[in-house]
Design a protein around this ligand. Structure first.
Ligand SMILES: Nc1ncnc2c1ncn2[C@@H]1O[C@H](COP(=O)(O)OP(=O)(O)OP(=O)(O)O)[C@@H](O)[C@H]1O
Length: 824
């Protein structure tokens, strides 16, 4: 006993001891209480019944409340879903309801904080030197592959996918890892059991054999559950990663910096389509990141475990052989492996280009149909697909050779090697493991009688059989794990390709978000490129003011833009309605783009109100935009119903606004405010423009830019719309080539003047200078018209000259045709 008491307790023993100790103390206390205050059996029964009843009532009430809350939520969800709306919390998070089966499910979306973007910017815009990537994006100088750049890029994305150790994703990864370990353990058990079953079969032990089969089946059930759970968890991880990344990208793409416009029109870092990046590339990246976790993690665990097991049964020599084999094969395959990462990245780009061609056709289907442009579009699409097909075929050709080598090395040469290694204890027992060599003397010393000798021989061959089968299965598992590791090299390269695409998108978005355009080391920025923005956009001015701002049509970074108007200056205060006019392409709409902040203020100062919409400035673009959603959404755009309710606006107001915009019949015609249609196709050209005016009347901004906003509206209605908008106190800045609109404005800004068409004139309507400018224009026109008679005369002369040179005759069909010129 004394010897026992000196033994160290294991942690498990200590816990059970502690548990017993506390249980004993509790029991003693209860006994003491019972002795002091003896309860009658009846009272005890009563108390128990009371406690039970109370717990039943409490849980029923709790359940009832939960049920009611769920019902209420379902009702609200259905209502909000129908109205294309959601709930807005004080912390900026939005709760939306999405259809799920026959019901709705609640989703709360928390916006990414600005501090998170600030913290991540370094990762995406200033990669460490060791990666070889240049400061600035996208990392075009590095080929996607297994290199330092890949490690950095993947790490940066992991920061978004697993933001905290205690996040849901960490839990999923941990659970997945536990199941992977369980699967490895089960493989070991199966390997041993396999050996035992064959041994019992060979030895003719029927009972043991049947017992082995029963154990085999029960382990099979657990293994099947484990395998399907692993697959399920892998998909869950992939979706969880995708959700995090998609929300992050959406928060960068669709925020106040208008990255969705600048990405394609100014930056161009990701070509012309972010859609392909956000949809397909992101999905492929998440799928391969999640599958790599299991396809790399599991074989790694397997390799360590099985190698350890084999070391015990086969000895150090065999294990060294195995390791040398892995190393040699990995080096060979790595050397001969084609650049899968780069190939995947190019494939993604080509897929994106082909997809955007189709998207363009869908967006412009009506225009193409009117022109009868189907055959031309057909050729273009076929050409786009041909490029993609060629690339895919070249990838498949490259892959064939590599797959042959990979298959032979990993499947056949490895199994042959495995057979050799597992046969070692049989043919070379002296080189076997200590466990196998230990058995031999024992066996030899016990061989006394003939029966005994026979028994020993059977035992020995049974033992060998079991050992061989177990080792063989271990070897097969090992070969499987090893080959999966090797296949993972290819998966890893492909993951590098997807990683590079997603990283490029996010880093370009960060560049747009932070306006981080710097000239490269030792280079100067081009004139009027994004790295040459020296002007200021000032928000918070009651009016629109441009001071010496050159109007520049930008080019994609790092190229410089083209100057359209030299240093433009004008001021528009409250009530100073301005008409911007001039020839096509003079830069009229460009002025509104500069004020909206879409195009940079390269020099000088642009001042405008702080906010968009009410109390601020609103822009009605040249091409009317109709959003997907209800009829209500069309009038209140860019507000949603949540914003409308928050602003205290009512549907009756909307009806009055539509009346003012001469669209009063629309709600009745289209079936009410909650009707959802493809409004782009349902409304006529003029109706779309009137819808724009209705939006203006709904938002009642202080200033409004209307870019050719009434060109398809009849002039009497146009006048009415202008007067209504002005009566609401909206200061209008109209962009139009129609001089008739001058009567609704107090100032005109004429662009495209001068020899180089880069001069302008800003005049007050009705002043002497404005009149003289109109008269000047008239004089110019009269001057031009005075030449008409001369031009007519000249034309007659040319016709007469031509008649002398060309002879004409009537052909058989009676049509006039030109034959050959007459000899002089
Ligand atoms: N996104 C863009 N990126 C680069 N250049 C552009 C872009 N949009 C327009 N431009 C160029 O800027 C110039 C001025 O365009 P803008 O739309 O301001 O002309 P406009 O005076 O409004 O013409 P219109 O009367 O035809 O509407 C044009 O030469 C055009 O090619």
């Amino acid at each position: 006993m004394a010897a026992q008491s000196t033994l160290r307790r294991s942690p498990g023993d200590r816990f059970s001891h502690l548990f017993d100790h506390f249980l004993e103390r509790l029991q003693a206390r209860l006994d003491a209480y019972q002795r002091r205050n003896p309860l009658s059996k009846r009272t005890a029964q009563l108390l128990t019944t009371l406690a039970l009843s109370l717990s039943i009532i409490a849980s029923s009430y709790g359940g009832y409340r939960l049920y009611r809350r769920r019902k209420k939520e379902q009702r609200l969800g259905r209502q909000l879903l129908r109205r294309n709306s959601g709930l807005l919390s004080k912390d900026g998070s939005r709760t939306i309801f999405v259809p799920y089966k026959d019901q709705t499910t609640k989703v709360t979306i928390h916006p990414t904080k600005d501090t998170t973007f600030d913290a991540h910017r370094r990762l995406f815009l200033s990669p460490p030197k060791q990666t070889g990537m240049e400061i600035g994006v996208p990392p075009t100088n590095i080929k996607p592959g297994l290199n330092m750049a890949f490690i950095h890029q993947f790490g940066a994305l992991m920061n978004i996918m697993i933001p905290r150790w205690r996040s849901k994703e960490s839990g999923l990864l941990l659970t997945h890892a536990i199941f992977l370990l369980l699967r490895t353990y089960l493989s070991l058990v199966v390997a041993r059991l396999d050996g035992e079953i064959v041994r019992d079969l060979v030895a003719g032990k029927g009972k043991a054999f049947l017992l082995g089969i029963a154990r085999w089946l029960s382990i099979g059930a657990v293994s099947s559950y484990t395998n399907s759970t692993i697959k399920f968890l892998q998909s869950k991880i992939s979706i969880a990663f995708r959700t995090r990344l998609t929300r992050y990208i959406h928060d960068l793409y669709l925020n106040k910096t208008q990255a969705y416009y600048k990405l394609h029109n100014l930056d161009g870092g990701v070509g012309h389509g972010a859609d392909q990046f956000i949809t397909q590339d992101l999905t492929l990246f998440c799928d391969s990141a999640a599958s790599l976790y299991s396809s790399l993690g599991k074989p790694m665990v397997d390799l360590v475990t099985f190698n350890f097991q084999l070391y015990h049964s086969l000895g150090p020599l065999a294990l060294s052989g195995l390791l040398v084999n892995y190393f040699a094969t990995a080096t060979l395959l790595r050397r001969l492996s084609p650049p899968f990462g780069k190939m995947k990245a190019v494939e993604g780009r080509k897929e994106g280009e082909f997809r955007s061609m189709h998207a363009r056709l869908i967006a412009n289907a009506e225009e193409v149909a009117f022109y009868g442009g189907g055959p031309t579009e057909h050729i273009l699409l076929d050409e786009g697909f041909k490029e993609l097909r060629k690339w895919m075929e070249s990838i498949y050709r490259i892959k064939v050779g590599y797959n042959m080598l990979e298959d032979f090395v990993l499947k056949y040469s490895w199994s042959a090697f495995g057979y050799l290694v597992t046969s070692m204890p049989v043919f070379l027992p002296t080189l076997g493991s200590p466990s196998t060599s230990d058995q031999r003397p024992k066996i030899a010393s016990t061989s006394a009688t003939a029966v005994g000798v026979h028994q020993e021989t059977t035992d020995r061959s049974g033992g060998r059989m079991k050992q061989f089968i177990t080792n063989k299965r271990l070897m097969l598992n090992l070969a499987d794990a090893g080959s999966r590791m090797m296949y993972s090299i290819k998966d890893l390269s492909e993951l590098a390709g997807h990683t590079s695409r997603v990283y490029s998108l996010i880093s370009t978005l960060h560049r747009v978000h932070a306006d981080a355009y710097l000239p490269g080391r030792g280079t100067y920025s081009e004139l009027f490129s994004l790295a040459d923005v020296q002007g200021t956009l000032h928000k918070g001015f009651d009016g629109i003011r441009l001071e010496n701002v050159p109007v520049v049509a930008p080019s994609l970074y790092p190229m410089g833009g083209e100057e359209l108007v030299d240093n433009l200056s004008f001021v528009v205060g409250p009530g100073d309605h301005l008409l911007i006019t001039g020839p096509n392409g003079a830069g009229k709409s460009a002025v509104s783009r500069i004020v909206a902040g879409l195009w940079p203020t390269y020099r000088g100062l642009t001042s405008r109100p702080r906010s968009d919409g009410q109390h601020g400035v609103m822009f009605l673009p040249q091409r009317p935009y109709l959003s997907p959603g209800t009829l209500r959404d069309q009038v209140i755009y860019p507000h949603t119903e949540v914003d409308m309710q928050a602003a205290g606006r009512r549907e009756t107001e909307l009806q009055a606004i539509l009346e003012q915009a001469k669209l009063g019949c629309i709600p009745e015609r289209e079936g009410g405010w909650d009707t959802r249609k493809m409004w782009k196709d349902v409304l006529s050209g003029g109706e779309k423009q009137r819808m724009g005016i209705a939006r203006l009347l709904y938002h009642e901004p202080r200033y409004a830019f209307i870019d050719e906003g009434t060109s398809a509206v009849s002039s009497d209605v146009e006048g009415l719309l202008y007067e209504t908008a002005k009566a609401k106190g909206i200061t209008l800045i109209t962009i139009s080539t129609r001089a008739s609109l001058k009567r609704y404005h107090s100032y005109t800004l004429t662009l495209g003047l001068g020899e180089d068409a880069n001069e302008y004139e800003f005049l007050r309507v009705g002043t002497v200078s404005e009149k003289s400018s109109v008269e000047r224009e008239l004089a110019e026109l009269r001057e031009t018209l005075s030449h008409v008679e001369d031009w007519k005369k000249r034309r007659q002369e040319i016709d007469a000259e031509l008649a002398k040179v060309w002879a004409t005759k009537e052909d058989e069909s009676g049509e006039e045709t030109i034959t050959e010129p007459l000899e002089p």
